[in-house]
Design a protein around this ligand. Structure first.
Ligand SMILES: NC(=O)c1ccc[n+]([C@@H]2O[C@H](COP(=O)([O-])OP(=O)(O)OC[C@H]3O[C@@H](n4cnc5c(N)ncnc54)[C@H](O)[C@@H]3O)[C@@H](O)[C@H]2O)c1
Length: 351
């Protein structure tokens, strides 16, 4: 019997990413209920998938058909909503990235999930990418330390991708204060490019768990420069590892999302399909003195994999791919970078 899913927040990530994923996984999940602060939007999205609209989160949690809950609201609501879901005795949670926006929220969220002892999966799909997991299992002992890491994310605006993925239904009036990027289109007209914390916790957060596996020490940010219409360059180091992040979104159709890393005798290239469009897993090429090895691509992408991980943990148990301690450490890493990037902007503004 498929697990009943309750969805909190019926906006773009729900419509363009999670509903298509859940439709592909209909043997595992059925959408039971949808809530949103816009009742009209909850009604429309629920009707589209044969689910019940719920006026509030409390109503959704009171529905016994809701066994697991997906938190797809703006970032600042994640911690309190995950806490409410944990207290309600539900069987598992998928919470969109970032799990939380501050250390205090992170503590609140982790404490609630720990107390409830239920599975938590974060909607950071690259962390669950099948090719990445296969590569990590192999790389455990095979590679020496990284020296230089570079992330490049060149993408069309999210809205372009959302339009490829689905026909988005919007609430009658603009949703109250939409969350920060990866909801990047909302910020495309800003004068100075994206805000530092938003781009770190909204976009680069997808690559940071990967980067942390190769550069575990909390990074020190050297510079952050935003670029119009929506992009930035961030330079940092983690101990002896130099890390450069580049992101740039614009109207043009161009997707070039890649992570590269170099050690003394190896190099790594991860090519990542754009979000939203279910184009399969990453393709990972590792070159060592023994030659080249390629992982992926597989048809299953990180979105499928994160939901399948939740299903496995809820129905069969076992060890999570990422225990709470790892989810927390990934989040702390990202928040530390976001805070420093914001401080670098403030310092620049004062000079
Ligand atoms: N994993 C990914 O690829 C990916 C992509 C985009 C967004 N996201 C994440 O998904 C989340 C939502 O992003 P989005 O692009 O869908 O934003 P959105 O603004 O399109 O949708 C958010 C929805 O939540 C509703 N909402 C606001 N406050 C709420 C509350 N307190 N309770 C219930 N609903 C509420 C809004 O009315 C809106 O419909 C963010 O955390 C974002 O970082 C993840």
């Amino acid at each position: 019997m498929p697990l009943g899913v309750g969805i909190v927040g019926a906006g773009r990530v729900t419509q363009a990413i999670h509903l298509p994923t859940l439709a592909r996984l209909s043997d595992h999940f059925r959408v039971a209920a949808v809530t949103d602060v816009s009742p009209e939007l909850a009604d429309a999205v629920a009707a589209r998938v044969g689910a019940r609209p719920a006026p509030t989160l409390e109503d959704l949690l009171a529905n016994p058909d809701v066994e697991v809950v997906a938190v797809c609201s703006p970032d600042r609501f994640h911690a309190a909503q995950v806490e409410a879901i944990s207290r309600a005795g539900k069987r598992g949670i998928l919470c969109e990235k970032p799990l939380a926006s501050s250390t205090a929220e992170a503590e609140q969220l982790i404490a609630a999930v720990e107390a409830a002892a239920i599975p938590l999966v974060v909607g950071a799909m690259h962390a669950y990418d099948p090719a990445w997991l296969e590569f990590r299992a192999w790389a455990g002992t095979a590679l020496g330390p990284a020296r230089v890491i570079r992330s490049t994310i060149i993408l069309p605006f999210n809205q372009t991708m959302e339009d490829y993925a689905s026909q988005i239904t919007s609430p009658p009036q603009a949703a109250p204060e939409p969350g920060p990027a990866h909801g990047a289109a909302a910020r495309a007209d800003e004068d100075d490019g994206p805000e530092a914390r938003g781009i770190v916790l909204g976009l680069w957060i997808h690559d940071l768990p990967w980067i942390r596996t190769m550069a575990a020490q909390t990074p020190r940010v050297h510079s952050f420069v935003a670029r119009k219409p929506w992009g930035a360059v961030l330079a940092m180091s983690a101990g002896a590892v130099r890390i450069d992040l580049l992101a740039y979104m614009r109207e043009l159709w161009e997707s070039d999302w890649r992570l590269q890393a170099w050690g003394d005798d190896w190099s790594l290239r991860v090519e990542i399909p754009p979000s939203y469009v279910h184009a399969g897993s990453a393709t990972i090429t590792v070159a060592t003195s023994d030659g080249e090895r390629v992982f992926g691509p597989s048809r299953e992408d990180g979105y499928d994999a994160e939901w399948l991980e939740l299903h496995r943990l809820v129905t069969r148990g076992g060890n999570p791919c990422y225990p709470l301690s790892v989810l927390r450490a990934d989040l702390d890493y990202a928040i530390a970078i976001a805070d420093q990037a914001a401080a670098a902007v403030d310092a620049g503004a004062r000079t």
